[in-house]
Design a protein around this ligand. Structure first.
Ligand code: APR
Length: 278
């Protein structure tokens, strides 16, 4: 070994390995799977980080348990905690992160097979990832409807109600209106099930900013074929990532690790320029 080359740590070898795999053109169909960790640097708390996570900070809403804020039976009885939270989370106040722009860059390069996101903040859309490339597995604030008769509720009325923290009711039947966010106890959108086997077609899988706690989303990385490298970009280990020989763990802040990967691919300037325009 040439003594002048610095000893490569495992990570830099695997980071460089993934970058070389991408630069070689062998990665043409990349699936990306994301969670709340990709939006924390935008100012939106994630759910389960100790201290800063949403579930650690909902005590002011007097919930029986934290996840009740997204529980459909609790919502039916008491929609106020959710609408108090919705006022803070509603899209339009936050700027996408450079991690969202990285996903847009993969799309622009024709490499993004599909993005599966658990997030409801629509920041991937705002970063310019097109609708047909996105599966919002847990729904989003993009649409809202009555939980009784399913009638759609007008967007502008919804924006007003959210802004004032009021609870919107259906103009047809008086039932409660809810954004089409998947609450605990509700079915995931059809688009999730229609695309659930897409990871089996991928030649690279990138998982970012998720604890992979919630099923069935957490099962997606497992659908990647043997021999498809799976990269975890996250502050901590998540799910079964790391169990396969060609899994790559790029642990740390996702914005920093995404910059490292973009730099290794020779894309950093292009990425920074793209993000600066977002
Ligand atoms: N960089 C990298 N990783 C981060 C960052 C960051 N800046 N910030 C947070 N993380 C990591 C956390 O360490 C954690 O592993 O992101 C993960 C976020 O996990 P969760 O808070 O559980 O969020 P998520 O996985 O998206 O939750 C899934 O739970 O309540 C439901 O429906 C809700 O979609 C949500 C689902």
């Amino acid at each position: 070994v040439d003594e002048s080359t610095p000893p490569q740590t495992l990570e830099s070898r695997t980071l460089d390995g993934i970058a070389n795999y991408i630069k070689s053109g062998r990665a043409q169909r990349i699936v990306v799977m994301t969670g709340a960790g990709t939006s924390t640097s935008a100012g939106i708390p994630d759910f389960r980080s100790p201290e800063t996570g949403l579930y650690a900070n909902l005590s002011r809403l007097n919930l029986p348990y934290a996840e009740a804020v997204f529980d459909i039976s609790y919502f039916r009885n008491n929609p106020l905690p959710f609408y108090t939270l919705a006022r803070e989370l509603y899209p339009g106040k936050y700027r996408p992160t450079i991690t969202h722009s990285f996903i847009r860059l993969l799309h622009d390069k024709g490499l993004l097979l599909k993005l599966f996101t658990q997030n409801i903040d629509c920041l991937e859309r705002e970063a310019g990832v097109p609708d047909e490339a996105i599966v919002e597995a847990h729904g989003s604030f993009a649409r809202q409807s009555c939980i009784e008769c399913r009638s759609p509720y007008p967007d502008d009325s919804m924006r007003e109600m959210i802004a004032t923290g009021d609870v919107p009711h259906c103009e047809e039947c008086g039932g409660l209106v809810k954004p089409e966010i998947v609450f605990f106890g509700e079915q995931l959108p059809a688009a999730f099930f229609l695309n659930r086997m897409k990871p089996a077609e991928a030649d690279l899988c990138i998982v970012m900013g998720t604890s992979l706690t919630v099923q069935p989303f957490a099962s997606l990385p497992g659908f990647c074929a043997e021999g498809t490298p799976r990269v975890l970009i996250n502050k901590e280990r998540a799910g079964s990532l790391g169990s396969r020989a060609d899994d790559v763990l790029l642990l740390g802040d996702c914005d920093e690790r995404v910059r490292d990967l973009a730099r290794a691919c020779g894309w950093l300037e292009e990425l920074e320029t793209l993000w600066a325009k977002t």
